[in-house]
Design a protein around this ligand. Structure first.
Ligand code: C2E
Ligand code: CA
Ligand code: CA
Length: 572
């Protein structure tokens, strides 16, 4: 990758050099020599020097370090610098009168030395210049070791240093942490990129300060996600609180919220990245949490991880051996006095040879995350089409069946081709197979989704918008959506009929559907009371336990046959 930004150490100003010497006279001599070409800082002892160096780790070009000082010895300062990945890149020239110490300090990581009493001004300047130039040449190559914005290690080096640390500290219990900022994208959009950058810088700095003394390291993984690897500790909450305090204030005055996932006493036999996966799993449990908070990875998460691992491993065999079953749940038209079967929804179940009967909410989100969902969906569509064909052949009837089309499927450029082909194979038309697409797909990638939906509708497919009311479509967007039916998410039925809540929201959504000229399907209808109320509000179709749970194909035939009998009676 090309560095487009200038090195902060060289841009637009004199190089910053720190002079460390306990003798005021010595500091003054060097300061005067360097002043014209450089910007010298001074420190009178080791501790002060370390804190100045750490504060200016991204700006300092050189440290001139006296060895013999009261308090912390120069060699100790040198050693501390070498141990801190955030500052070890800063070159150090040692100042000493002791020849033996020169060798020792070169071994300890100094790049050069100046013997006392000092040589000529020109000699000193030449040494300083050469050292800075050499380091910068090297840095041009190595600069990518650090994240430019925060000055933290980049991910690759972070992992390298973490491994190195492990090797050098056998038996040390370590914690892997992941920290991120809630709604960082929104913060960036509302307060500007400069503010967002400042938030990231301060967060990085605060985390680093919190763990550095124990030998901990920090990196920015991507965007607003930070990783911390440090010897085991318990004070996670205070690290988090400290970080929140370090962040700049928003105009609104409300604090920015952070989340932290910790995999404490990490298992050192598993790969480092996997250890951070676990920290992320803990972090993910905090989604929807409205306060800054911290979660620990525990064995329940671990068991879930193992469970998911098993599901992923057995996917291929499950498709091959047809372990996935398609169930059907009827949708009834409730406008007539006596509701009539209008269509059905195909819903997948997994009968796993070892794990037993598994509900889709255990594996659908997992397969969406792991890219397997298109294969499962295509399988379900095929099975559904084959069922419809079979019913038409044997029973002489069928109803349209809707299948779920996951957001991921909508990005397959061949989606229309796959669907038309499987209809053709089974001698069906697009009127037989309805497509349900969740509202959140529309809001997330609207232009691509709308384009694909238009293509499918052009081929005659009917699109039902699923889970409506949870995807945050704007009103202006809704009015332009290409859809044929609106499925009200069941959360509205739940809240409307729990306690004395109102059905106002449902009425609004039915108004929206009227405005669009499409029918409303209510999902999750469990009681007669709910059904009647929905009918009075003008809802068209109802799906839910009140009529039937999702059932296997053979059981669904009962509904088809009953529907056929009613139709025959009507014709007599
Ligand atoms: P969904 O598409 O919103 O499906 C409706 C869910 O509500 C189904 O859960 C259904 O069994 C349940 N349900 C129906 N009536 C009632 C009721 O009266 N009360 C209650 N409490 N629940 C009711 P299910 O079958 O567990 O499916 C869950 C979700 O999994 C589905 O939500 C859908 O998002 C996904 N899914 C299921 N099958 C497939 C599939 O083949 N492909 C894809 N991509 N997703 C699927
Ligand atoms: Ca659905
Ligand atoms: Ca739904």
């Amino acid at each position: 990758m090309q560095n487009t930004q200038a090195n902060p150490r060289t841009a637009d100003r004199k190089h910053l050099i720190l002079i460390v010497d306990d003798e005021p006279v010595n500091r003054e001599i060097l300061r005067m020599i360097l002043e014209e070409e450089y910007e010298p800082l001074t420190a009178a002892d080791g501790e002060t020097a370390l804190s100045i160096i750490r504060e200016n780790s991204e700006k300092l070009s050189l440290v001139l370090l006296d060895l013999l000082m009261p308090g912390m010895h120069g060699l100790e300062v040198l050693q501390k610098l070498q141990e801190d990945p955030a500052v070890k890149h800063i070159p150090v020239i040692v100042l000493t009168a002791d020849q033996q110490a020169e060798v020792e300090s070169l071994r300890a990581g100094a790049v050069d030395f100046l013997s006392k009493p000092y040589p000529d001004r020109e000699v000193i300047l030449a040494r300083v210049r050469r050292t800075i130039e050499m380091t910068e040449d090297r840095e041009l190559i190595e600069f990518t070791e650090r994240d430019r914005l925060t000055g933290l290690l980049n991910r690759e080096y972070f992992y390298r240093y973490a491994e190195q640390f492990d090797q050098n500290h056998e038996g040390q219990e370590m914690d892997a942490m992941m920290v991120d900022i809630c709604h960082f994208r929104m913060i960036n959009e509302r307060y500007g990129k400069a503010f967002g950058d400042e938030v990231l810088r301060r967060l990085g700095e605060s985390l680093r300060n919190a763990v550095r003394d124990g030998g901990g390291i920090v990196c920015r993984r991507v965007a607003d996600t930070f990783l911390v690897y440090c010897p085991h500790r318990e004070d996670y909450k205070s690290i988090l609180d400290g970080a929140v305090k370090a962040l700049p204030a928003r105009n609104s005055g409300s604090a920015i919220r952070l989340r932290m996932g910790v995999y404490a006493r990490a298992d050192r036999t598993i790969e480092l990245e996997r250890r951070f996966d676990r920290a992320k799993m803990a972090l993910d449990t905090l989604i929807g949490n409205y306060r800054s908070s911290c979660a620990l990875y525990d064995s329940a998460l671990h068991e879930n991880e193992i469970f998911e691992e098993r599901l992923l491993e057995s996917f291929d065999a499950a498709i091959r051996e047809k372990q996935f079953l398609v169930y059907f749940q009827p949708k009834f038209d409730i406008r007539p006095e006596k509701p009539v079967l209008a269509s059905a929804e195909a819903l997948v179940r997994w009968v796993h040879p070892e794990l037993g009967f598994i509900q889709p909410d255990k594996f659908i989100p997992l397969f969406e995350k792991n890219g397997l969902i298109p294969r499962l969906d295509e399988y379900v569509w095929r099975e559904t089409a084959a069922h419809i064909r079979d019913w038409k052949n044997r029973l002489g009837v069928s109803v349209p069946v809707s299948v779920n089309v996951s957001r991921v499927d909508m990005f397959d450029t061949d989606l229309a081709g796959i669907l038309t082909e499987l209809l053709r194979e089974n001698g069906l038309t697009p009127a037989d197979l309805l497509l349900e697409i969740t509202e959140s797909a529309y809001t997330r990638d609207s232009s691509q989704i709308i384009e694909r939906v238009n293509q499918l509708r052009g081929l005659g497919f009917h699109i039902e918008m699923d889970d409506f009311g949870t995807g945050y479509s704007s009103l202006s967007m809704i009015s332009e959506l290409p859809i044929d039916a609106l499925k009200l998410d069941m959360i509205f039925i739940r809240t409307a009929f729990a306690g004395n809540r109102s059905t106002r929201l449902i009425e609004i959504i039915i108004d929206i559907a009227d405005f669009l000229g499409v029918p409303v399907i209510a999902e999750g209808v469990e009681t007669e009371e709910q059904m009647t109320a929905l009918r009075e509000m003008g809802c068209d179709l109802v799906q839910g336990y009140y009529f039937s749970r999702p059932v296997p194909g053979e059981a669904f035939e009962e509904f088809l046959l009953a529907g056929r009998r009613t139709a025959e009676k009507g014709n007599e």
